[in-house]
Design a protein around this ligand. Sequence first.
Ligand code: AMP
Ligand code: ZN
Length: 468
Amino acid sequence: MKIYNTLTRKKDEFVPINEGKVGIYVCGPTVYDYIHIGNARPMIVFDTLRRYFEYKGYDVNYVSNFTDVDDKIIKKANDEGVDASVISERFIEECKKDMKSLNVKEATTHPKATEEIPDMIEMVNTLIDKGYAYEKNGTVYFRTRKFADYGKLSKKNIDDLRGGNRELLVSGEDEKEDPLDFVLWKPKKEGEPSWESPWCEGRPGWHLECSVMSKKYIGDVIDIHAGGEDLIFPHHENEIAQSEAANDKEFASYWMHNGFLKINNEKMSKSLGNFFTVREIGEKYDLEVIRFFMLSAHYRSPLNFSADLVEASKNGLDRIKTAATKLKEIIDAGASGDMTEIEAKEAEGLNAYIEKFEAAMDDDLNTADAISVIFELVKNVNTNINTESTKAYAQKAYDTLKLLCDVLGVSVDTKEVLLDEEIENLIQERQDARKNKNFARADEIRNLLTEKGIILEDTREGVRWKRA
Ligand code: AMP
Ligand code: ZN
C-alpha cells in the first residue's frame, strides 16, 4: 500500500515497524461542545484506513485522544458555574454517540489528557535534563532552536519563521529565550484545573499531550500519525520536536493529513460560525449518508458540503442497497443447487472488482475510486443477476458487495425504519399488555423499539417517545 507522507511529500510504500501490526495515532477533538461535520472528516477517513488495514489482516492499535483540558473548556465551565470535568465528560459522551452514528469504531484506546499528567511531567523532566527545555517563573518552554530538525514536517525554515511570523514574535511571552519557544507546562490561573508539578501548580501545553499519549499507548515510534491538515503546523511540528528530542528516535514513519471540509469554499470551523454539528445533520440525513459522502472524495482533497452533493451520495448509497436487497431476495427465493456454468464464470469474474477496489485503496486510500468500483459491481449485478439466477450466484455477489462496503463502514442492508404510526400502535399495545399484566410482551415491545432506535419515557402524562 502506498501512503502520501506529509514528511516526504510523496507517496511512500507502507512498511510497518513490526510485521503484521500497525500503530495509528489520530489527534482527537477538544471536547467543549458538540463536534461539527468538519471534525467528523478525520474520524471517518482514518476509521476507514483502520478498517482497510484490518481487512488486510493487520493487527491495528488505533489510538485517538480527547483533549479534555483547554481554555475553551474552562471558559464554558466558568460560564455554567461547573467544574471543567463536567463539561469535558459531557462532550466526550456526546462525541462518542456521534462517532457511533457515523459508524466510527471505538479506538483501541481513547486516552484523556487529564489522566496522563504524570507521564507528561516525566517527559518535561527528560526534556529539561537533555537541555531541550527550561523553566521561567513556573512556565516550562521547549527550546525550539536546539532541535535541529525543526520545520521538517511543515517545510518551514526556522529563520523565516522568526522573520515572517509576527504572531510568534508578539506573543507577549518576553520571558522566553526565543520567540519560537513554545509552552510545555504553564501555571494555573484562578479557577482553572491544575496539577502539582516540580515547576508550579499548573497544566500541560496542548502539543505535549499527544507526544505523551502516543508514546504510552503505541510506543516511541508509531507507524502512522494523522489529523487534519491544519494540525501540520505548529501542532505536529511541535509534537515531532518534543518526541524526537525526548526519545532519540524518529517519531512517526508516516504522517497523513486530511483536507478540509468546506462550506461555500471556506473551511468549516467553530470560529467562523459556518458549521453544522453532526447532531444537526443527523436530524436531516441518516449519518451513514454523511459517511458515504465524506468518502466520495479523496481524503486529501478539499470537499465542499452542499445539500446537492449529499443528496447525490444518498442516491448512490440507495442504489447499492437496492442491489443488495434484490440479491437477498434471490438468495431467499432463487434456484437451489449449483451455479450454472455461465454463472460460475461470471462469479469468478466478480473477484476482479475486489482486486480493483484494493488497487484504489492501496493507492493512498483512494476511496473515491474504490466507490466507483462498487458502482461498477452494482451495474454488473443489475445486468447479470435476476430472479432466474441461482441462490449460490446471488450469494457470491452479495458477499462481494458486502465485503467492499464493510471496508468503507457502510452497510449494504436497508435499515427498517418504523413510521410514527407504527410506533404509536406498538406503544398502545405495550400499554394494553401492561394492563393485562402481560409484562413479558410489554418488555418485548420496549426492546423491539429500543432496537429500532426509539426511546420511551414513562411520564405522568403517559408515554413519550423520541428517536435516538
Ligand atoms: P479540533 O477540535 O479543532 O482540534 O479538531 C479536531 C480535528 O478535526 C483535527 O484533526 C482537525 O484538523 C479536524 N478539523 C477541524 N475542522 C475541520 C474541517 N473543516 N475539515 C476537516 N477537518 C477538520
Ligand atoms: Zn495531536
